[in-house]
Write a protein that binds this ligand. Structure first.
Ligand code: BG6
Length: 369
């Protein structure tokens, strides 16, 4: 039931705040992360020296976002791999490896086969999944469910923010178990997470109509580029994927630092480029670096659409369009910056008259390898 919305996707984007809130619910007590599903499983995290995150599509981008926080908070090295690539290259894994799979459906065959492979080769496995009782969690040593609620639109939106939230909860839990995160730091990160739902709601209320209008104007666009740095990089990749999936437009995401090593050759007058701008106050040097990337592409005629923090005055004169997100701590911005990109992709597909819930050639859950 679309509940009065024009599409499941419109409904599911509107549910992004509650997807995060529901994933947090019951898992925070007095500023500490408490994950009942992981009770008694401390040994799972005690003996590991590396984490490999495996997933496909949007779930893999959630994993890429999670990598930064997991490494920072647990000091365990993290690799993120596409499940189908992991499975077929004789990966070096063993009992010191925790393989974290992420899957909305819990049935994606590529991911399932990779989890089975990991288990057979002695790795420990943890599943982040949105569907109770699905196959992948049943094949795993531990489960952390996302509580995004059922996702019907084929392209994933609300599950993504729930997956990032679950990864952060898991990272904080592991960091506390291993003593790499202090109680005070954990409480500060938890407070950031708890503030996310209201901040997403703010984006939906204040920016959604403007972004949809803007997407309408862009309906004839044939190619869109996305740039991001650090946690903004996987968000750029997700923005591009969503546009491919929903609007059938050529779209690519790049690491902003990579621009001069190739992608800048693509910039010609009028080329739309979304740039995920990190917080000027919280990201230190990175903000300056991204602003200088904007200057470089603008000098070559790019049409710059910046996703930037409300208080970021430096970006305003340099961008053709600024999509505003509220202030958040460094690791938490992706949970906000992705929202305008989801709205934009849906808006552009809608402007082209496409079915945003059932894009051509795609299936919600791909149960073949
Ligand atoms: C694709 C879906 O087929 O599978 C994507 O179209 C999704 O939206 C990907 O991100 C992975 O699916 P799941 O269920 O494993 O998260």
């Amino acid at each position: 039931d679309k509940g009065g919305w024009s599409s499941f996707m419109a409904k599911e984007i509107s549910e992004e705040p509650e997807a995060v809130a529901n994933t947090l619910r019951g898992r925070i007590r007095d500023g500490e992360v408490v994950i009942p599903e992981l009770d008694g499983l401390d040994d799972l995290f005690a003996g590991i020296s590396r984490i490999i995150v495996i997933a496909c599509g949007t779930a893999a981008y959630a994993g890429q976002v999670g990598k930064y926080a997991i490494e920072q908070w647990t000091r365990i090295p993290v690799d993120v791999e596409l499940a189908h690539e992991f499975r077929y290259r004789d990966p070096v894994i063993g009992p010191d490896t925790l393989v974290v799979s992420i899957s909305q459906s819990g049935e994606t065959m590529d991911t399932l086969m990779a989890v089975k492979y990991a288990r057979e080769h002695g790795a420990r496995t943890l599943s982040i999944c949105n569907t109770q009782g699905a196959t992948i969690p049943r094949e795993s040593d531990a489960i952390v469910y996302t509580h995004a609620g059922p996702e019907v639109a084929v392209a994933s939106t609300k599950a993504f923010v729930a997956q990032v939230t679950a990864l952060y909860l898991m990272a904080l839990h592991v960091g506390r178990v291993r003593g790499t995160v202090s109680a005070a730091d954990a409480a500060a990160h938890v407070a950031e997470l708890e503030a996310i739902p209201a901040k997403i709601s703010q984006i939906l209320e204040r920016e959604q109509p403007r972004i949809e209008q803007f997407a309408h104007w862009m309906a004839d666009t044939r190619s869109v580029l996305f740039l991001g740095r650090h946690v903004g990089y996987p968000i750029a990749l997700e923005g591009a994927l969503k546009l491919k999936e929903l609007a059938y437009i050529h779209a690519e995401g790049f690491a902003a630092g990579e621009l001069k090593h190739g992608p800048i050759a693509l910039i010609e007058p009028g080329q739309p480029v979304f740039v995920i701008v990190p917080s000027p106050s919280k990201s230190g040097e990175m903000h300056k670096k991204v602003v200088s990337s904007i200057e470089e592409i603008r000098a070559r005629g790019a049409r710059v659409i910046a996703v930037a923090e409300e208080g970021d005055a430096a970006v305003l004169p340099k961008a053709d369009e600024v999509l505003r997100i509220p202030l958040a701590g460094p690791f938490f911005e992706p949970l906000l910056a992705v929202v305008p990109l989801h709205i934009f992709a849906m808006g552009l597909a809608t402007a082209k008259g496409l079915d945003v819930d059932q894009p051509r050639n795609l299936a919600k859950s791909v149960t073949v390898e």
